[in-house]
Ligand binder design. Structure first.
Ligand code: PLP
Length: 384
């Protein structure tokens, strides 16, 4: 053969007597078959041969299997972002005329998705607080298909009563979907409390290093997984092998990181609540509910100095970086009134439970003394 041909036909050996310690990156779009008859299986079922990476990829499968196992589910689908997983799932489960019951306090992107489903796709949406089974019962209709909750809501920290609500939904034939991004399986395993599907933004704690966008949907039931996989293949928001590999690498330290995040939140929130420049702290304690054993996520605090103090604080923090997102090793801070919620009127801000002096902090895994020292100098400056 000519060198030009030999250049393009290179294969790696498949190890026979040993296995790689780390999960290999299968950075390939397609797979070649010695027996073409075997190809059809992988195009029609999730557990068939590997054919094309939008359908299945071994590195992505390793991530799906690992997270399904941690969540106590039967199988999972990894996606290119948390919103990719949530949009794929809700579009797959819902059609025109269907009804969703969702808790008030939800991630902003999920709010926008529910709004879009309602205004453009003929789905009706009812909002509930999420703590009272009676409230859920009276919201149910014969068209209700999905109950949508967040274990610990982003950004409010609101904790819904999943163990009380899931049996009511199940009795009515309604699927319970829970976004477990904040708690992670370290602090809550929603399937054990009656959830049918758990969704994640792997961008946050699961990967944990601020270098990936990714998402997952984990299914309690293998048959629901199979049906959703068929739609996920059409939807096409599949995870990339390298992003899946980075997420698997981050996942190895999830337990250690979550312990440290939760301990740091306890230290930092406790310190902030005693500071004279801080009017209130939204954090409610280290164990938010019987079914949620830790609070690792972002929380809010209100500055007595209002809007100007918020802007000054953000300009002064050094170790803590001014950035959106959460769940990474580094501590991040946001002043919603001057950034993410800038367009809102004072009345709209109040409705979103954000005051001009509200600051959001996502506490990383640094040493807590250094975080407190940075907050101390920045709060002194902001109050001046
Ligand atoms: C960030 C986040 C999402 C969206 O995830 P992306 O990876 O940014 O698409 C969904 N739910 C919650 C609770 C989040 O914090």
């Amino acid at each position: 053969m000519h060198p030009d041909t030999r250049m393009v036909h290179v294969t790696a050996p498949v190890p026979e007597h040993s296995t790689p310690l780390a999960v290999p990156i299968y950075q390939t779009s397609s797979f070649a078959f010695a027996d073409p008859e075997l190809m059809a299986g992988g195009l029609h079922r999730p557990d068939g041969a590997y054919v094309y990476s939008r359908f299945a990829n071994p590195t992505v499968r390793a991530l799906e299997t690992a997270v399904a196992d941690l969540e106590g589910g039967a199988a999972a689908i990894a996606a290119s972002s948390g919103m990719g997983a949530i949009t794929m799932l809700l579009h797959s489960l819902l059609g025109a005329g269907d009804h969703v019951i969702a808790q008030h306090s939800l991630y902003g992107g999920t709010h926008a998705l529910l709004h879009d489903l309602a205004t453009r796709r003929g789905v009706t949406v009812t909002r509930i607080d999420g703590r009272d089974p009676g409230e859920l019962r009276s919201a149910l209709t014969p068209q209700t298909r999905v109950l949508y909750l967040e274990t610990i809501a982003n950004p409010t920290g609101h904790v819904s009563d999943l163990p009380a609500l899931a049996p009511v939904a199940r009795e009515a034939g309604v699927l319970t979907v829970v976004d477990n991004t904040f708690a992670t399986p370290v602090f809550c395993r929603p399937i054990e409390h009656g959830a049918d599907v758990v969704v994640h933004s792997a961008t946050k704690f699961l990967n944990g290093h601020s270098d990936v966008t990714g998402g997952l949907a984990v299914f309690a039931d293998a048959e629901l997984h199979r049906r959703t996989w068929e739609y996920a293949v059409e939807f096409g928001a599949t995870a990339d092998p390298f992003a899946a590999w980075l997420t698997l690498r981050g996942l190895q330290t999830l337990g250690l990181r979550m312990e440290r995040h939760a301990a740091n939140v306890t230290r930092v929130a406790g310190w902030l609540s005693g500071h004279p420049a801080v009017r209130s702290v939204s954090w409610t304690g280290p164990a938010p509910a019987a079914h949620v054993s830790g609070y690792p996520g972002a929380f809010c605090f209100d500055l007595a100095g209002g809007y100007d103090a918020g802007v000054r604080l953000l300009s002064r923090v050094r170790l803590i970086r001014a950035a959106p997102s959460l769940g990474g090793t580094q501590s991040l801070m946001l002043h919603p009134a001057s950034t993410s919620h800038r367009q809102l009127s004072p009345a709209e801000l109040a409705e979103a439970r954000i005051s001009p002096g509200t600051v959001r902090i996502a506490v990383g895994i640094e040493h807590p003394d250094d975080l407190i020292a940075d907050l101390e100098q920045a709060l002194d400056f902001a109050a001046r």
